[in-house]
Design a binder for this molecule. Structure first.
Ligand code: FEO
Ligand code: CA
Ligand code: CA
Ligand code: CA
Length: 647
C-alpha cells in the first residue's frame, strides 16, 4: 500500500507513544558475540569473515547449497498480468461479485446494489483456509474455502468516482452500503474435477458474513461496561466484523478470522475530546476516518456510540461447516490490529495461538488455552478460547525471547493503572503490553508455525519510521522499508515434544529483505539470485516438507518490483534461499497462501489489483481483461501441469 496518512489500510500509522528501546533490552546488558556481529552487519561494516561467521552462527550454511525447490525461478517484472513458475497452471477460482448464495444476480459493476453484494463474493479477499469435506477428512479434492474480505476501495469498485481521495468524498450512501456488504467473509464449497476446481453455487455450506452479521461477544470483555451500546445494553452482541485480514484455524475445525485496521471506520469529535480519547488514540482512531460509514450508520459515530469501536479488533471464531452458527468474538485473545492467529499444540495438549499486531512499533503475542483440547469430544472444545493466558513477546539481545503474561493483577496491570479487570486488560491490550516492556516490532504480520520443525516464523513487513536510535536486536535496521523475517525456536523444536506453551524461547533472524548489495543490511542465503530477493513479507505458509512460502505486500512501493510468492527451505543447505514462484498483477498484493493436504493445489488470494488507479482508468483489468469489467480481487488455484505437488 502507499504511504499516505489517510489510506484504506493505514500502513504509515504509528500509535505507540513509546516505541523506543524496550525495558528488556535495556536490562539486558550482556551483548552476545552474535549481537555484536549483527550490529556490524547492520552498519554495513562487516568484513567477509564476520559475514560468514554471522551466517554460520544463525544457522545459515557458509556454502551455497542448492534449494530443494525444483521449479524454474520467475524473473522480477511489473505486468498487468500475473505469472507462475513454468510447469504450473493458474486458475481463477472466485472473483469479487461471483455468486456465492442462491439467487445471487450476475455481477454488474455499473449497477451494484447492497442486496446483490450480500449474495456475492466480497471485495479484497485475504486469508484463505481449505477445510476438507467430509469434515475431519484429509481430502485434497473437495472442501470448503473460507475467505476473508478485508476492506473496500470505492475508487476501484464504482464508476465515475475518480481516484482514491476524490472517491472517498464522492461515494454515495448506497455505495457505502455496498461496501459494508462487501466486507467480512465467504465460505464456498469447492470440488476438484480433473484439472479444474469448481465452486458449488447453492451449496448448503455457502455463507456470506458481512458488516451486519450478528456475532456473540465472549471471554473477559463480554458484558464489560465499555462494550455496551444503545443497541446492545448487555455488551454481548455485535453486528459484523471489520477489516478481517488474515486468520487461522483450530484443531477442532473452526476458522479464526482477525480484525485488523478497525480504526478506519470510526470517527467524531470524541476522538479528541471524549472520555476515551487516549484509548482511541492508542488504536489510531481519529476524528476523520477513511470510511464515511458514519454518514449512514450512527454506530460508527463516536459522538453517538463511544463504545462501538471497543467491539472491534478481535479474533472471531466461526464454524465453516455450519452456516447458521453465530460467529464469536473471542476477547481473551486481546484487542489489537490482528493480522492472523495460527495454532500449535503444546506438548501437554494445551493449544497455543500466535498473533501479530500489524502496525509500526507494535508487538507479537500468543495465547495459551487453560485446558487441553479434546479430540474425542468436539463439544468440549467449544469455548476453549475463552480461558487461558495472553502473552506479549520481549526479544532480548542474547537471543532469548520471554513471553510476558498480560494478566490483571500481575506486575503493573493493576487498578491503579486502570486495569481493574481482565476485561480492561484485553480491551486496552496495547497499553498493557507497553507497561510490560514488550519489544516494539517492524509491523508484525503473520506468525506461523512450521509443522515439520516446530519453529515459528514472524513476518515483519516493514517500518519506515524506525529511527537509528530506536533499533533493537530483533529489529536491527533503521528505516526498515523492506521488512524481515524472525524465527522463534521454542524449547524442544525439532523433536516430537515442542513446548509451545513455555514462557521462554530462542529467536534468530531468518532473513532481512530488500535488494542485496543495494539496500543496507540485507541478509539471505548467499546464493539468492537477482530474482529471488523479496520485499515486505506479509503472509506465509508451509508445505508438507516444511518449506516456507512467503507472500509479499508493498514490494512495488518499496522496491519497484511486483508483489509475489517466494519459497525457501528453512533448514539445511538451502536455508533462506528464497526463489520467486508467482508474480502478482500490477497493484496487487499476494496473501492467504494455503495448500491442500497433499500439496497438490496452492490457493492464493490476489488482493487490490490495480491499486492506485481507478475504476475508469485501471492499471490492469486482471483477471478478466474485459473492457467492461474493472480489475477484480480474486482467489486463484495453482496446480502442477500433469499433477503432483506444487513447487
Ligand atoms: Fe491487512 Fe497486516 O495486512
Ligand atoms: Ca491485505
Ligand atoms: Ca496482511
Ligand atoms: Ca500487509
Amino acid at each position: 500500500m502507499t504511504d499516505e496518512s489517510l489510506d484504506a489500510h493505514d500502513d504509515a500509522l504509528v500509535s505507540n507513544p513509546s516505541p523506543g528501546t524496550p525495558i528488556g533490552a535495556l536490562i539486558e546488558t550482556r551483548l552476545s558475540r552474535r549481537g555484536a556481529l549483527l550490529g556490524a552487519l547492520v552498519a554495513g561494516l562487516a568484513p567477509a569473515a564476520a559475514l560468514a561467521e554471522a551466517a554460520h552462527s544463525t544457522g545459515n550454511p557458509p556454502d551455497a547449497g542448492p534449494s530443494t525447490l525444483q521449479f524454474p525461478e520467475l524473473r522480477h517484472q511489473l505486468n498487468p498480468r500475473d505469472a507462475v513458475a513454468e510447469g504450473h497452471r493458474i486458475q481463477t477460482l472466485l472473483r469479487w461479485g461471483d455468486p456465492v448464495l442462491a439467487g445471487a444476480p450476475a455481477f454488474d459493476p455499473t449497477a451494484q446494489t447492497p442486496e446483490a453484494q450480500a449474495l456475492q463474493f466480497g471485495y479484497n479477499n485475504d486469508f484463505l483456509d481449505f477445510r476438507p469435506l467430509p469434515r475431519g477428512s484429509r481430502s485434497s479434492t473437495h472442501g470448503l474455502l473460507a475467505v476473508n474480505h478485508e476492506y473496500t476501495t470505492a475508487a476501484m469498485m464504482f464508476p465515475g468516482l475518480g481516484p482514491l481521495r476524490q472517491a472517498r468524498e464522492r461515494v454515495s450512501d448506497v455505495q457505502l452500503r455496498v461496501e459494508m456488504a462487501a466486507h467480512g467473509g465467504s465460505v464456498v464449497e469447492i470440488r476438484r474435477e480433473g484439472e479444474r476446481w469448481v465452486p458449488a453455487v447453492d451449496s448448503k455450506y455457502n455463507r456470506r458474513i458481512t458488516a451486519h452479521t450478528p456475532m456473540r461477544i465472549s471471554g473477559p470483555a463480554a458484558g464489560h461496561a465499555r462494550m455496551r451500546t444503545s443497541a446492545d445494553p448487555a455488551g454481548e452482541r455485535v453486528l459484523g466484523m471489520l477489516n478481517n485480514c488474515a486468520g487461522g484455524n483450530t484443531p477442532w475445525g473452526t476458522v479464526l478470522t482477525c480484525e485488523e485496521n478497525f480504526n478506519n471506520y470510526f470517527g467524531g469529535e470524541a476522538a479528541t475530546t471524549g472520555a476515551q480519547a487516549a484509548a482511541y488514540k492508542r488504536y489510531g482512531i481519529g476524528p476523520d476516518p477513511f470510511y464515511a460509514w458514519r454518514r449512514v450508520e450512527a454506530r460508527f459515530d463516536l459522538d453517538q456510540e463511544p463504545n462501538e469501536p471497543n467491539r472491534f479488533g478481535w479474533v472471531v471464531e466461526y464454524d465453516p461447516y455450519d452456516p447458521e452458527a453465530m460467529p464469536v468474538k473471542r476477547t481473551a485473545l486481546g484487542r489489537l490490529k490482528h493480522e492472523g492467529c495460527t495454532h500449535a499444540i503444546g506438548k501437554d495438549g494445551r493449544v497455543v495461538f500466535y498473533m501479530g499486531d500489524d502496525e509500526r512499533f507494535e508487538y507479537v503475542y500468543k495465547f495459551v488455552t487453560a485446558r487441553s483440547w479434546n479430540p474425542a469430544d468436539p463439544a468440549a472444545n467449544r469455548d476453549l478460547l475463552d480461558a487461558g493466558t495472553l502473552y506479549v513477546a520481549r526479544f532480548d539481545a542474547d537471543g532469548t525471547l520471554t513471553w510476558l503474561p498480560l494478566v490483571q493483577g500481575e506486575g503493573p496491570l493493576t487498578s491503579e493503572n486502570g486495569f481493574a479487570s481482565q476485561g480492561d486488560v484485553v480491551i486496552e491490550c496495547r497499553r498493557a503490553a507497553n507497561l510490560l516492556g514488550a519489544t516494539p516490532m517492524d509491523r508484525p504480520e503473520d506468525v506461523e508455525v512450521n509443522p515439520a520443525t516446530g519453529r515459528v516464523y514472524a513476518m515483519l513487513t516493514n517500518n519506515g519510521s524506525r529511527a537509528a536510535t530506536q533499533t533493537n536486536p530483533a529489529n536491527p535496521r533503521p528505516s526498515n522499508t523492506q521488512g524481515h523475517v524472525i524465527e522463534i525456536i521454542p524449547p524442544g523444536a525439532g523433536t516430537r515434544e515442542v513446548d509451545h506453551a513455555a514462557t521462554e524461547a530462542r529467536w534468530e533472524i531468518f532473513l532481512l529483505a530488500g535488494r542485496p548489495g543495494i539496500d543496507a543490511g540485507t541478509r539471505y542465503h548467499r546464493a539468492t539470485s537477482g530474482e529471488g530477493w523479496l520485499s515486505c513479507p506479509d503472509n506465509c505458509a508451509f508445505d508438507s516438507k516444511g518449506r516456507i512460502w512467503i507472500a509479499t505486500d508493498g514490494a512495488d512501493d518499496a522496491a519497484g518490483i511486483a508483489d509475489g510468492l517466494y519459497a525457501a527451505d528453512t533448514l539445511g543447505k538451502g536455508r533462506a534461499l528464497t526463489r520467486l514462484f508467482y508474480q502478482a498483477p500490477l497493484g496487487a498484493e499476494v496473501c492467504g497462501p494455503c495448500f491442500t493436504p497433499d500439496d497438490g493445489t496452492l490457493f492464493l488470494s490476489i488482493q487490490h489489483p490495480g491499486e492506485g488507479s481507478s475504476f475508469d482508468k485501471p492499471s490492469t483489468r486482471w483477471p478478466d481483461f474485459d473492457a467492461g469489467k474493472p480489475p477484480r480481487p480474486s482467489v486463484i488455484a495453482i496446480t502442477r501441469i500433469g499433477g503432483g505437488a506444487v513447487g
